[in-house]
Design a protein around this ligand. Sequence first.
Ligand SMILES: Nc1ncnc2c1ncn2[C@@H]1O[C@H](COP(=O)(O)OP(=O)(O)OP(=O)(O)O)[C@@H](O)[C@H]1O
Length: 242
Amino acid sequence: MNSPASVSTALSLQDVEVRFETMTLAFDCAIPPGQIVAVVGASGSGKSTLFNVIAGFEEPEQGAVHILGKDMAGRLPAERPVSVIFQEHNLFAHLDAATNVGLGINPALHLSAVDRAKVADALKRVGLDGFGGRLPPTLSGGERQRVALARALVRHRPLLLLDEPFAALDPGMRAEMRELLRDLHDEEGNTILMITHHPDDVRLLADKVLFLDRGRIIAHDPVDRFVERRDITAINRFLGRE
Ligand SMILES: Nc1ncnc2c1ncn2[C@@H]1O[C@H](COP(=O)(O)OP(=O)(O)OP(=O)(O)O)[C@@H](O)[C@H]1O
């Protein structure tokens, strides 16, 4: 049974340790449900490793990962209540947009009429009404990321991990995607962790910030507090205040 403390936490990492030849990474944090959390830090600070541990692609040497109070030990990525969207290559290039979204409902693509209606609705919600028959190579970068978002939407997983999802997009499209993500988050009430290298994403989208440095979470702050900080050189550098 879940304790009251654990169910009020969307995600918790306790004494998690991942050891690579060149470095040991250690993560401790607890994130309440319904927040958008920006995950930031210099290249090599451990952001992707943190996501891999949460999503189950990397098994830590020690420590525990709980999602909505449930211990994830031994659970394969597909068995975790998590959706992940990467920078690129989220879609199967030979399958049209609707089929890519449909995979989120049923990986064997046995889709009922109701499922197909859900796919069409998800594409509409991300502004791609009528794009269902298009193959990914014929779509723009922003449109492809919208299809990936639509697939995450039909899965309704309570935790969404976004690994630099806007990296390949121009500034105008980044702003559009931020707005879309904010709207969808308001509707879904899910918990979102988003890796980004852009202070704008932090300021305009996130509620909280996890700042990583050399394999450790060295700050976990509300955004307003984070942007006011002057005490950590790596954060000043990230915010362009060297
Ligand atoms: N499979 C692995 N084997 C050995 N070392 C690894 C492995 N994966 C990551 N590392 C090392 O762990 C550290 C953290 O890497 P990670 O990819 O998590 O950083 P990051 O913050 O996501 O970086 P970037 O912003 O460049 O993507 C780096 O020093 C990296 O070289």
